[in-house]
Design a protein. Structure first.
Length: 257
């Protein structure tokens, strides 16, 4: 009997098919003091995502009498998450531009999914801390943060602090790109470095776009390549959404009453 060979094995350093996500795993309640939390693993990228409710809203909301609550996100890479130690931002005295861009993206993604009015006069803090980075930390953060938020809301409903979940839809995110002329789903770091096109997709359960960030890296891309990348992205997002639903159900099943 012959062993089936993967024609793209030489292209994908982890032997995946071009349309295959990295192995995905969620560990709910990873940070027990957060209202909701999960460790999300996408291959060798691992991010701790937590959602914590605080009973206050920013001053500008109070001053402008904006009803409902607020949601804000923070992202950071732990010093030992990268191959070379990455100093904490605090030791440099300022947040780096990349972290600031990523946390704003996470905030926008989650705000598309959460009904802020239904939050009441509360702020939902979404914290994403990268434990291990191998590409796609921002997309894993969004996918995990949505699960952490769903678990946080369920806990508040059980505690009688919310009447119903403010989560209108799930949001999930993945990357797509073109490596050596082949459109591929969910790039790891090695692939990301080689990609001529790199794109991040954030989508809802209705497969509507929340955000689409794509750029050629010293290259351009065609309509056809864009269509292939979007098709791969939709496939990946569907799988991520199914995994999120399973993780939320498992997390709810093990919530303390
Ligand atoms: N990376 C790193 N140090 C940094 C920034 C990035 O080692 O200061 C690596 C890390 O593996 C990360 C990857 O480069 O996941 C790709 O980074 P990018 O800025 O494209 O963001 P990401 O793909 O993680 O969302």
């Amino acid at each position: 009997m012959t062993t089936p060979t993967n024609p793209f094995a030489a292209l994908r350093n982890d032997n995946r098919q071009p349309d295959q996500l990295r192995p995905l795993a969620f560990t709910p309640h990873f940070a027990p003091h957060a209202t909701g939390s999960v460790l999300v693993a996408s291959g060798d990228t691992r991010v701790i995502c937590s959602a914590t409710i605080q009973p206050e809203v920013p001053r500008w909301m109070k001053e402008q009498r904006v009803p409902g609550g607020w949601l804000t996100a923070e992202y950071s890479m732990l010093p030992y998450s990268t191959l070379d130690r990455k100093p904490r931002d605090i030791s440099k005295g300022k947040l780096d531009g990349r972290s600031s861009e990523i946390q704003r993206l996470i905030g926008r993604a989650l705000r598309a999914a959460v009904d802020l009015r239904a939050l009441g006069q509360n702020t939902l803090w979404v914290d994403c801390d990268v434990l291990q980075a191998d590409g796609g930390t921002r997309t894993a953060s969004i996918t995990g943060a949505c699960v952490a938020s769903a678990l946080a809301f369920e806990k508040l409903i059980r505690a009688g602090q919310l009447a119903k979940s403010p989560l209108k839809t799930l949001v999930a995110a993945t990357s797509v790109g073109v490596v050596e002329g082949v459109p591929m789903l969910d790039l790891n770091y090695g692939e990301d470095k080689e990609a001529s096109v790199d794109m991040n997709l954030v989508m809802t359960e209705e497969l509507a776009f929340v955000e689409l960030q794509g750029s050629g890296e010293e290259a351009v891309f065609s309509d056809e390549e864009l269509a292939s990348m979007l098709a791969l992205g939709r496939k990946g997002i569907r799988e991520l959404l199914a995994a999120q639903r399973a993780a939320i159900a498992a997390g709810i099943a093990t919530l303390c009453a």
